[in-house]
Design a protein. Sequence first.
Length: 194
Amino acid sequence: MTAPAQASLFASSSPVCNIADVAELLDRDHYLGAARRGWAWCSDEGVMVFANPNSRRLPQSSWLELIRWCLRGEKNDGSRQWAAFARWARLNLPDITTVVSYSDPSVGHTGALYRACNWKWAPTWHRLRPPPTGNGDWGSGQQATKDRWVFPLRSDSLRASLLVIQDESIMRRHPWLAYDDKRGVDFKRWQDAS
């Protein structure tokens, strides 16, 4: 999905802006720098950048991926900004059912912000059993395994099946790791078991 289709969403009163408008801020304040795709949602609390999901296994027309989240750093900025975006998205993006994002524990991102905003942990098999070759090299060196988080905006009959862990051995040993649309997967239990 490119930026929301309605031109009126880019009106001065709209929180939607072009990623070029936030590139300098992201280069300065986000560890990954500016985004090269998607569209931005701007507010007093910070900037979020959304794009089609990177994973080819996830729906491209009904899911969005949050690819940057850069906050100004004041208490509760993230939960305030996310609540405002979720309300806005439910009204303005009727075809979007799910937002997915990834946190990087290798740079200290614990998922606390996602948990505070009621996202659900939906691990990939890579997170539960890192492959022997690591997570691959996408041209910038070995990638660390990420945590996947999802936020349901509305019902989606395919969501649970799309988030199922494709590793029978893990699921036999830990059946509680099965994704459930009401609760996600118990992140704290996984941390305690790891």
